[in-house]
Design a protein around this ligand. Structure first.
Ligand code: AHR
Length: 508
């Protein structure tokens, strides 16, 4: 079957600049993410750069990973950073109270910064609010950023790093409504004020990320309590995991209905983003432009348990989901300024899976590679018409009445588009979410400029359950396909369950 669809790209209607940080990543001391997904140690047989595994560094570099969040997650609010600096053999061992086992502290601040420097990513450090103190957070900031003569700056020099690290992004706690200390929003707001006052005073160039939530109550009461201290907040974060075994099935085994349920539910994340935006806008009243950071997101399949170290497989379905979510972030780029996929290696929706010396790139990796050209572009308004593939049903959005009222049917085609700041390159990313229909897509460029050249990259496989593993590492990977474009209107075929990136040269 072949359906018809129409995509109108409004070249002159900009939504906002696409912050490269919406394509960010997250690593935590959890399962096999850091050890041995990132850190294998200098004496390992696994090829490494000062202890950091080369294949994973290369993977992060090749997708231009813009930002990496560390050390957690839940781990962050029990982490004491001073245990992770200095000669490795002298670092004390700790216990990982959230994820089990003990912590060698071999991978600490200097190793994290080295990872960021090798990959080209900005470091984003989450400080310990739950079991830590402003004093401990300030000392960490001093260690990383201070250039003068002080205890912690001198320690950094002593350990071989005379130049300050200039870490710009600092999270003030993680999920402080839960594993970060079980605070209530008012109490957290007071703690936030305390930590943020000192951090901003010590280094006014830092950007602080406050812990938000997907409940309206948390965000409202946090912002209400903080309303006279809005200048201390740069981002409000939310976390969203697509996790519901009944509704979505397993990582690799799922029904067609469960496939559609997952994509249908991208609108739940959209709902939470809209809600967070309206709350920050209401309380900041034009006094401060606070961004939204979705600083943990991804699919959480039932295979990812604490016992399995949150390890799960990653199919073409996960890649399609991530493309739809990245389209969402692009379409909300006016306010969504950061997002971090959870987590980069061997945990949840990874871009790499490792076994011994080997690394497999997941289908989700290819999506991040495809979406790179959007970074720093202007997001454009897009209108897309295509067949409905899933109508809302009784069971949808068990959440609030407000949530239920916002439900929309799921259309086959999901789209985003952007234009480079010099106006010469247009990037269109289209996901055909249908399981059984190829789509004849007519693309209309509405506004100044027409296309005179272009290329097409496609990510697809025979089956949405296809994945890459150590026996078949290249089952799912991108292909370059021919594309003929000329003028303001042209067509192309979007294969069923495919992700398509059109890179177009346009006249100004
Ligand atoms: O990413 C796994 C965990 O999920 C993180 O540690 C926590 O912040 C979230 O609940």
């Amino acid at each position: 079957m072949c359906g018809r669809s129409l995509v109108v790209v409004k070249i002159d209607e900009q939504i906002g600049l696409i912050d490269p940080n919406i394509f960010g990543h997250f690593i935590e001391h959890l399962g096999r993410c850091i050890y041995p997904g990132i850190w294998v140690g200098k004496s390992s047989k696994i090829p490494n750069e000062d202890g950091l595994r080369r294949d994973v560094v290369q993977a992060l570099k090749s997708i231009n990973a813009p930002i990496i969040r560390w050390p957690g997650g839940c781990f962050a609010d029990a982490y004491h950073w001073e245990d992770g600096i200095g000669p490795v053999e002298q670092r004390p061992r700790g216990i990982n109270i959230w994820w089990g086992g003990s912590e060698s502290n071999e991978f600490g601040t200097d190793e994290f910064i080295h990872l960021c420097r090798l990959t080209g990513a900005e470091p984003y450090i989450c400080v310990n609010v739950g079991s830590g103190s402003p004093r401990e957070a300030l000392a960490w900031l001093e260690y990383c950023n201070y250039s003068g003569n002080s205890k912690y700056a001198n320690l950094r020099s002593l350990y071989g790093h005379p130049e300050p690290y200039r870490v710009k992004y600092w999270g003030v706690g993680n999920e402080n409504w839960g594993c970060g200390g079980s605070f209530d929003p008012v109490y957290y707001a007071w703690e936030y004020r305390r930590f943020a006052t000192f951090l901003k005073q010590a280094d006014s160039s830092v950007k602080l990320i406050a812990c938000g939530h997907t409940t309206r109550d948390w965000n409202l009461r946090f912002m209400e309590t903080l309303k006279d201290f809005i200048h201390l907040v740069d981002y409000l974060s939310i976390h969203y995991y697509f996790g519901n075994p009944q509704r979505y099935g397993d990582d690799v085994n799922f029904t067609d209905e469960q496939y559609l349920n997952l994509l249908f539910d991208v609108q739940i994340l959209e709902y939470h983003i809209k809600q967070a935006i309206s709350i920050v806008e209401f309380f900041s009243e034009g006094r401060k432009d606070i961004g939204i950071a979705v600083d943990e997101w991804g699919v959480w399949h039932p295979q990812a348990t604490v016992e399995s170290g949150l390890y799960q497989q990653n199919t073409l379905r996960d890649a399609i989901l991530s493309a739809a979510v990245l389209n969402l972030f692009i379409n909300y780029s006016r306010k969504v300024r950061m997002a971090n996929l959870a987590q980069a290696v061997n945990v949840l929706q990874s871009i790499c899976l490792t076994r011994g010396e080997r690394t497999v790139l997941t289908p989700t990796y290819y999506v991040f590679k495809m979406y790179q050209p959007h970074m720093g572009n202007w997001a454009l308004k897009v209108e897309a018409e295509s067949p409905i593939i899933r109508e809302p049903s009784e069971k949808d959005f068990a959440g609030s009445a407000r949530q239920r009222r916002s439900i929309k049917p799921l259309k086959a085609l999901d789209a985003s588009a952007s234009i480079s700041q010099d106006g010469k390159n247009l990037v269109i990313t289209l996901v055909n979410q249908s399981l059984d229909e190829d789509l004849d897509v007519e693309i209309v460029l509405d506004g100044k400029g027409e296309a005179y050249d272009g290329n097409l990259t496609v990510l697809n496989a025979e089956d949405v359950r296809a994945h890459n593993d150590f026996d078949f590492p290249e089952n799912v990977k991108t292909k370059e396909e021919p594309l003929t474009v000329k003028g303001k209107t042209f067509g192309f075929k979007a294969q069923r369950h495919s992700i398509n990136k059109l890179n177009l040269k346009i006249t100004k």
